[in-house]
Design a protein around this ligand. Structure first.
Ligand code: GLN
Length: 546
């Protein structure tokens, strides 16, 4: 379609959390739906090499790609919107940029020269931006610059954008600046001044915004658009309103109504077509018109911050739409769950998901939750740490292995049913050293997992150091918990299930990372189906048993 890749930079002004990732993903969706091969990249100005060592309270969920990159959660949005996998190249941090430049310096690649922010750091940024374009896989690369224009740490990125715009030429690189147009209720007015100032800040660094996307709670009146256009040096058609939406999945259509795709394509001198959003809109139709609703308990220790479980929450939306059911997710803090309150907290639920996590805090509550759902036939999905808790619970309460545990929580446990993977035993660094990325898993014939996936081998993404201890496998299987998914090369247990239970599945991997609008994850779809069935028939059946 095009011979040279076109670049779109998305910067943010006024405040953080304006939703640059969603705007970038929505624009990408519109371009993809017109036949342009589009990808999105995120540049994060912090000094961590990747977000893998960050607490979810700091930065939300850490998203994992097929090739094992631990990345910003925005990459999850990109994949969910585009249904195209991202990779290491799609997320770059200041830490990674500096690490690479310093390694080059040590190798002597800059011999004789002083290594400086300009040109060495900016050159490295420019190179990282163009890696995706040069792969030949994409017509358009959208690069989202994290942070807010004016931040000290964003400066090298803005300078790299300025240079790239100059290097690549007018129709090959554009800047979309996302800002806030606040509504002052006391004055009853929308205010343009913060946007004017943030565009000015961008101009001080030599970058002219081509398009303004204005986040607002109220419709932007025409006179306000012309005022913004005039004072910010953009055409009126390039002032795009981004009004608050009830779901992020509405944003592509809202941007289409505003003509964002048209202005972008015009500025890039590309042909504009009517985007084919048929499947997207079918999904929206189902998502917005559920026939019934269910409630799923999400048991974790970071539940105060919804972003910590972003991909799980989105996977529920996809699976809910697929089943035409509204999935209400009830966050339940595992730290406050105990034997005394477990019934009150869980018995009304139609399904329970025990979330991934690290460390000891809140794990006894997770184990109590698994015991309750196992004994009361409530559908259960355990992810990563959630699966490990299911194995511990089974060992303690069914096999009577007192104090069974994971060596992560209790290194001296008499029954280490979950233990450190062999390959992890000599690992000392914390960053980027977990078992990461996509690994194959063979599914046992006629298992629930095999029926759900309708496949014999699957590829799923991992992020962990501990594993099911195979020396307990025989004992655990004999008592009724089966290992139904195994890594073909190492024999690591990736899936456990209890066939006696209506729906009880634990997975060592993270299915939520692979759920997209176009491809809702089969495990989530089946879990929601089981929860629906439980709501209709299971609850009364389990009451009758008592
Ligand atoms: N902490 C556990 C491990 O490292 C589980 C990790 C997770 O839930 N992602 O194995």
């Amino acid at each position: 379609m095009t011979t040279t890749t076109k670049y779109i930079f998305v910067t943010g002004g006024v405040t953080s959390s304006l939703g640059k990732g969603i705007i970038a993903a929505s624009l990408a969706k519109l371009l993809q739906a017109q036949g342009y091969r589009t990808t999105i990249q995120k540049l994060d100005p912090y000094i961590n090499v990747d977000p893998g060592t960050l607490n979810p309270y700091e930065h939300g969920e850490c998203y994992v790609t097929d090739d094992g990159a631990e990345t910003d959660l925005d990459l999850g949005h990109y994949e969910r919107f585009l249904n195209v996998p991202t990779s290491q190249a799609n997320n770059v941090t200041t830490g990674r940029i500096y690490q690479s430049v310093i390694q080059k310096e040590r190798r002597g690649e800059f011999l004789g020269k002083t290594v400086q922010v300009i040109p060495h750091i900016t050159d490295e940024i420019k190179e990282r931006v163009q890696i995706l374009g040069k792969s030949g896989d994409y017509d358009i690369v959208i690069t989202e610059i994290g942070g807010t224009v004016g931040d000290i740490e964003s400066l090298p990125y803005v300078e790299a954008v300025r240079q790239l715009k100059w290097d690549l030429g007018d129709n090959n690189a554009i800047v979309i600046h996302l800002t806030l147009v606040p509504f002052l209720s006391a004055a009853g007015e929308l205010k343009t001044k913060p946007t004017q100032h943030s565009v000015k800040t961008l101009m001080e660094s030599g970058v002219m915004a081509d398009i303004l996307v204005c986040r607002t709670e109220h419709e932007l009146p025409d006179e306000l658009r012309s005022k913004l256009a005039k004072f910010c040096n953009v055409r009126e058609e390039a002032v795009i309103q981004s009004i608050d939406a009830s779901t992020i999945y509405d944003v592509p259509n809202l941007m289409l109504e505003q003509g964002l795709d048209k202005v972008v394509l015009k500025k890039l001198a590309l042909e504009s077509y009517t985007p084919d959003l048929t499947n997207w809109n079918k999904f929206l139709q189902r998502h917005k018109n559920p026939t019934t609703e269910i409630t799923i308990g999400l048991i974790g220790k970071y539940v105060e911050l919804q972003d910590s479980y972003k991909s799980i929450l989105e996977a529920f939306i996809h699976a809910g739409a697929e089943n035409e059911v509204k999935v209400n997710v009830e966050p339940i803090h595992s730290e406050y769950l105990n034997q005394d309150n477990i019934k009150v907290k869980l018995s009304h639920l139609d399904g329970v998901l025990v979330a991934p996590g690290f460390g000891e805090r809140g794990i006894e509550g997770k184990i109590e939750a698994v015991k309750f759902v196992r004994e009361n036939n409530i559908p259960f999905l355990g992810i990563c740490l959630g699966m490990q808790m299911a194995v511990i619970e089974f060992a303690r309460n069914v096999l009577n292995l007192k104090d069974a545990n994971s060596t992560e929580m209790d290194s001296k446990t008499p029954h280490p049913v979950i233990a450190l993977m062999d390959e992890q035993k000599n690992v000392t660094d914390k960053g980027g050293t977990m078992r990461l990325g996509a690994w194959a898993c063979d599914l046992k014939m006629n298992s629930l997992a095999q029926k759900v996936y309708k496949a014999n081998t699957i590829l799923e993404r991992h992020r962990h150091r501990f594993e099911f201890n195979n020396s307990y496998k025989e004992q655990i299987e004999a008592a009724g918990m089966l290992a139904t998914g195994l890594n073909p090369d190492t024999g690591l247990v990736e899936i456990i299930e209890i066939p006696e239970h209506p729906w009880f599945v634990g997975v060592q991997y993270h299915p939520e990372y692979k759920s997209t609008v176009a491809n809702p994850h089969p495990l989530f779809v089946a879990f929601i189906k089981a929860a629906l069935k439980h709501k209709k028939t299971g609850k009364s059946a389990s009451m009758a048993q008592k």
